[in-house]
Design a protein around this ligand. Structure first.
Ligand code: FE
Ligand code: FE
Length: 193
């Protein structure tokens, strides 16, 4: 299995500098959230390190790699192949880097869309991607505050923001994101009552 330094060398070679900096930010934030919420810090670091490793790839490449792995590409992914960059990152991490841990691979896979009933590690990488220190958008500090107080509420707010953003840009919304949001909303409501 590749160690962190090897993965970083790969990322430096394959990603734009700003994207590489983003990845290091996600690593840092994932590790902090893992410590705070009791997840495996080492797995959080690895999942964050690999999450965007397929980011620079073309639509054709993403589709090709996903299909070759046996994945059943859905209609939304055919229309917006960049939705596959998390899945393809996990495929490359497994095949090329020898990372076999399913928890790590799933956290990378679902950082793009989310899904219903996410694990702690999946939630951490999803929201760390959103709030890492290099992120700069109007609501980011508020989202950081929520996340460090209550992980589920932070992730839920992340889904809500994403869904609004995708709708405003008239882009394709992945069904998994809607399922993720509805599932977590019900969990949060349950916790309130
Ligand atoms: Fe990403
Ligand atoms: Fe990212």
């Amino acid at each position: 299995m590749w160690n962190e330094e090897m993965i970083k060398e790969y990322l430096k070679k394959h990603l734009k500098e700003s994207r590489y900096k983003h990845v290091l930010g996600v690593v840092e934030t994932s590790e902090r959230l893992a410590r705070l919420y009791g997840a495996d810090e080492n797995k959080a670091r690895y999942a964050a390190l690999i999450h965007d490793l397929a980011k620079g790839r073309s639509d054709e490449e993403l589709l090709k790699i996903a299909i070759k792995s046996g994945y059943d590409v859905c209609n939304e992914e055919k229309k917006s192949p960049q939705l596959l960059h998390g899945l393809v990152a996990a495929i490359i991490a497994k095949e090329k880097m020898g990372i076999e841990d399913e928890e790590i691979l799933n956290a990378a896979t679902f950082h793009t869309t989310g899904k219903a009933n996410m694990t702690l590690l999946e939630k951490i990488v999803y929201i760390a991607d959103y709030i890492e220190p290099n992120r700069d958008f109007p609501e980011v500090q508020k989202l950081r505050d929520i996340t460090f107080k209550d992980l589920d509420r932070g992730v839920l707010q992340g889904f809500d923001n994403t869904i609004k953003f995708v709708i405003e840009r008239k882009e394709i919304l992945h069904l998994k994101t809607i399922e993720a949001r509805n599932y977590l909303l019900q969990e949060v409501i349950k916790g309130d009552t």
